[in-house]
Design a protein. Sequence first.
Length: 199
Amino acid sequence: MRSFIIAVCFVTAGYPSIAQGDFKTQIATAKKSYSAGKLEDTHFALQQALQELDMIIGKEVLKIMPQKIDSLNANPKDDHVAANVGFVGATIHRSYGTQRNAEVEIINNSPMVNTLNAFLNSGMLGGMVRDENTKVVKVQGYKSRLEKQGDNANGKPNYHLQIPFSNALMTVTANGMTEEQVLALANSFPLQDIAKLVQ
């Protein structure tokens, strides 16, 4: 447990400008509880600190996401970072366009990542999920799953693109666009920078 506390403190040393407020309070509480032999309280305080750090990282991800993709402007009022259930990771959300033509969600520590990676990287499993509406594509070197999800009211296709990082999942939902437009939108995001923050 002590090595875990030291590791958390070491990791946060790299984030001196963003690791403030509740995070520092929770770390102090964890140290105090550990010194008093209250391991359950220590564990809870560390979970709270990690949750706060995930929220801070989510806000940093929103800062590096583009304010405009193609002709679609971001809707900053819709920006949202929420802690995931069970103190694990956060969900980051941004929408683009006046009618929410595109939405992006990034889920850190997503339970779906391992399953999706298994499908994308296994020839046999990958073949099972490929049909006329689903295929594997590469976006900036990341193997991804593109799924056509029917047409919108105007008869234009809707797409769902899942881009897995090592322990996070980025999903782009695009309505009324062509496959080429969806891939162009996805390629406008700084995926490597996002991956570095959320992994």
